[in-house]
Design a protein around this ligand. Structure first.
Ligand SMILES: [Zn+2]
Ligand SMILES: [Zn+2]
Length: 98
């Protein structure tokens, strides 16, 4: 058996796979909640993207805070173990193993 190794640049975890040639894998850390370590769920907006961050609407968001404290159109994963839920915009990280 031949193993290849690599370290994820995002979470610092070392990854080992059984492969005779260098490969690239996707580290699953982008799906883990940084607060509780649980698996986050893919986030599907329930509103069209325009409904998020419509900061032009003064009545809806007079202080311009909405973008910072909730889901945005950038949100990819959500952990609902928290109140409010944790919204993640992390993207998959490719790790080179050799
Ligand atoms: Zn990682
Ligand atoms: Zn969590």
């Amino acid at each position: 058996m031949t193993f290849v190794y690599g370290v994820c640049g995002a979470c610092g975890r070392s990854v080992r796979r059984n492969s005779p040639v260098p490969i690239t894998i996707v580290c699953d850390c982008y799906r883990l909640c940084p607060l509780c370590g649980g698996q986050m769920k893919p986030y599907t907006p329930t509103l069209p993207p325009r409904a998020y961050g419509n900061e032009d609407s003064f009545e809806w968001d007079p202080l311009g805070l909405a973008e910072k404290c909730g889901a945005t159109s950038e949100t990819l994963y959500v952990c609902r173990n928290h109140q409010p839920p944790y919204y993640s915009t992390r993207r998959p990280v490719e790790v080179e193993l050799r």
